[in-house]
Design a protein around this ligand. Structure first.
Ligand code: CA2
Length: 149
């Protein structure tokens, strides 16, 4: 049987604070609990889960996903969503599906959260489901990969 390629779940700045601050916006679930949720949703498919407050580290993980032939990328770029042409350029080089994920519904928030650069290369965008959005995103990714799209 051929080995399943991994899904990468990448998280941007401040998401290491999840469950500890602003629960009214981001919920009570910690990032460790989000990771466990993603691993369970991925089933037997390997999953590489990372978070960084440093833009270059996220870019390096996108390069790793490209070089290792990852099956798909789920990414919550947090504030880099709206600022990082470098992350956009890195994602453009990834040939597989990309799901952009936000815990909050960015479109209901202040105007600074409305113009995602990452959406320009995303296969799909999920926003506003709270931390459970990660579960939905990984399940959507595995289904998408099974259908071979
Ligand atoms: O809703 C999301 O997932 C966001 O990507 C979160 C970003 C925000 O800049 C995006 O517009 C929407 C901010 C992440 C901040 O994470 C925190 C987590 C816990 C406590 C405080 C901040």
């Amino acid at each position: 049987m051929t080995e399943l390629k991994p899904i990468f779940v990448l998280n941007g700045p401040n998401l290491n604070r999840l469950g500890k601050r602003e629960p009214e916006i981001y919920g009570h679930t910690t990032l460790a609990e989000v990771e466990a949720m993603c691993r369970s949703a991925a089933g037997t498919r390997p999953l590489r889960f990372h978070q960084s407050n440093i833009e270059g580290e996220i870019i390096n993980w996108i390069h790793e996903a490209i070089d290792d032939g990852a099956a798909g990328i789920v990414i919550n770029p947090a504030a880099f969503t709206f600022t990082s042409i470098a992350i956009l350029d890195a994602l453009k080089q990834f040939p597989g599906p990309i799901i952009e994920l936000h815990i909050s519904n960015i479109h209901r928030r202040e105007a600074i959260y409305h113009n995602s650069l990452v959406s320009k290369v995303a296969t799909a965008v999920i926003a506003g489901l709270g931390p459970e959005g990660y579960d939905v995103a990984v399940l959507a990714m595995t289904g998408h990969l099974l259908r071979g799209k």
